[in-house]
Design a binder for this molecule. Structure first.
Ligand code: KIV
Ligand code: ZN
Length: 506
């Protein structure tokens, strides 16, 4: 087989990243983008873990019909029943059963013998197989498990019906050559391995997740589990865009391919960053802001003459907009709409009208409106669609002599106008206190970061915040040319997510 199956776990392992919680609608939106990206498998969640995750997996299974929709389950009957309940409406359902295999986990966590674990793995795969044919099994912490024992477990689960066997480097401990040998050993020593696809799932604790995954592919693995922007538990997972672009760019080396529509990569990256609240570092391979920027004169000279002198990939192949055409206050609705289409946005008439109004307001304040500004406007538009409370006005008074004071006006879910004011240690604190007086949901601000979307004094400022309430973290984002307004929008965004989650939980 010369195709590598791309198994995207952004919505499961990616969402497990501390502070990256997504609500049901956000998960569906990402799943739709993953479908456009043409990944083969979407691991939509871990249904037994919460009611919200169950609902999200169920909705994705119903709405997203092209890829395989996978649900995670521990090797226990209730998990498998719940996973099936969530994905039974999928066109192509898969159950992914996992059970620890390393002596460290068996001894300290499960307190079970190897034989007991092997037996349970076999029985639970057989149970899942009664629901659907497509079953994946993962011996968790495989890279710290004695290879001979992995061979025995894999033989047992394939015998019980597993069609994919996934080898996780759960704690990101493996080194490429060693991990590659583990895969080769599996191919050589598991008698029934030809009945299953070998998959790998690598974590990035030593920064080797992509290298380990590619080494495994070189040695015979044909499914890679990965996430957009590499988000995930602790240091994250192998980054989808890096895996896919390495296989594509170095086809001469791997002689393999994936079905991913790489032109959708950039958009997927922006969406996941926006909804998860995890900012993409500028030097991140493939999707970072600097990934295709040449600073040194020699490099610039080369790229202008012939791009391949210093560019191994064409930015257009990953969907980075080709033109740096800047719109301004004289640009009309038609030009704006065309630009949106080029950037891959297909807005409804109402969304277009609202975004165009926001664009005109921005163009009045800012000399040139760039693609990044437009992306920021659209993100802002999407945020307001799912609002509970709407921020109507915010006004502050501050400086080195006065007491920072804020007045805010919100529109309540039933359309009432609610106003209040507060003093604070600074203008943002005053705004947050004034909002708190109206909304009245106790929470703690745990993170606050401001960055500018583009260069220049008139740039849009984007604020990212995280708040915590009853042990759950909610992310909020807001953008505006005024950073106090952006901060207020970000806070409202986080509060609205909190309120929506509580409402969904009943
Ligand atoms: O890292 C891991 O081992 C996992 C398993 C559930 C596959 O995420
Ligand atoms: Zn994992």
């Amino acid at each position: 087989m010369d195709k590598v199956i791309i198994f995207d776990t952004t919505l499961r392992d990616g969402e497990q990243a501390a502070g990256g919680t997504l609500n049901v609608q956000e998960k569906l939106e990402i799943a739709r983008q993953l479908e456009k990206l043409k990944v083969d498998v979407i691991e939509a969640g871990f249904p037994i873990s919460s009611q919200g995750d169950f609902e999200a997996v169920k909705l994705i299974a119903k709405e997203v019909r092209t890829p395989i929709i996978c649900a995670l389950a521990r090797a226990v009957p209730q998990d498998i029943d719940r996973a099936w309940e969530a994905i039974k409406g999928a066109k192509h359902p898969r159950i992914h059963v996992f059970l620890s295999s390393s002596d460290i986990h068996l001894g300290y966590q499960l307190k079970k013998s190897r034989e007991e674990v092997r037996q349970t793995a076999r029985e639970m795969v057989a149970k899942a197989k009664k629901y659907t044919d497509d079953i994946e099994f993962s011996p968790m912490d495989a890279s710290r498990t004695e290879p001979e024992y992995i061979h025995q477990i894999l033989e047992a689960v394939i015998d019980a019906g597993a069609t994919t066997v996934n080898i996780p480097d759960t704690v990101g401990y493996a080194i490429p050559d060693e991990f590659g040998k583990l895969i080769e050993g599996i191919i050589k020593n598991v008698p029934n391995i030809s009945k299953a696809v070998i998959s790998v799932h690598c974590h990035d604790d030593l920064g080797l997740a992509v290298a380990n995954s590619l080494e495994a592919v070189k040695r015979g693995a044909r499914q890679v589990e990965c996430t957009i922007n590499g988000i995930g538990e602790r240091a994250g997972n192998a980054s989808m865009e890096e895996i896919v672009m390495a296989i594509r760019t170095r086809k001469d080396f791997f002689d393999l391919s994936t079905d991913v529509d790489t032109r959708q990569i950039y958009k997927a990256s922006r969406l996941v960053s926006e909804l998860s609240g995890f900012v993409v570092q500028p030097n991140k391979a493939i999707v970072g802001a600097n990934a295709f920027r040449h600073e040194s004169g020699i490099h610039q000279d080369g790229v202008i003459k012939v791009p391949i002198t210093y560019e191994i990939m064409d930015p257009k192949t990953v969907g980075i907009p080709a033109s740096s055409l800047v719109l301004g206050k004289l640009s009309g609705r038609h030009a704006f709409k065309e630009r949106l289409a080029e950037l891959g946005y297909n807005l409804s008439e109402t969304e277009l009208n609202r975004t165009f109004t926001a664009f005109k307001e921005l163009a009045d304040k800012k000399k040139g409106v760039t693609d990044r500004d437009i992306e920021s406007l659209i993100a802002e538009e999407l945020r307001t669609v799912s609002e509970v409370y709407h921020l109507d006005r915010v006004q502050v008074s501050c400086g080195d002599r006065g007491i920072p004071t804020a007045a805010v006006r919100l529109i309540s879910p039933d359309g009432r106008t609610l106003e209040d004011a507060a003093l604070g240690t600074g203008p943002v604190d005053a705004v947050y206190k004034a909002i708190n007086r109206i909304v009245g949901v106790p929470n703690q601000l745990t993170e606050f970061a401001v960055q500018s979307v583009t260069e220049g004094i008139d740039a849009i400022g984007e604020v990212l915040i995280r708040i915590e309430s009853e042990g759950i973290t909610y992310t909020g984002r807001g953008a505006d040319t005024d950073i106090i307004v952006a901060s207020a929008k970000a806070y409202m965004n986080a509060l609205n997510r909190l309120l929506a989650t509580r409402k969904a939980a009943g």
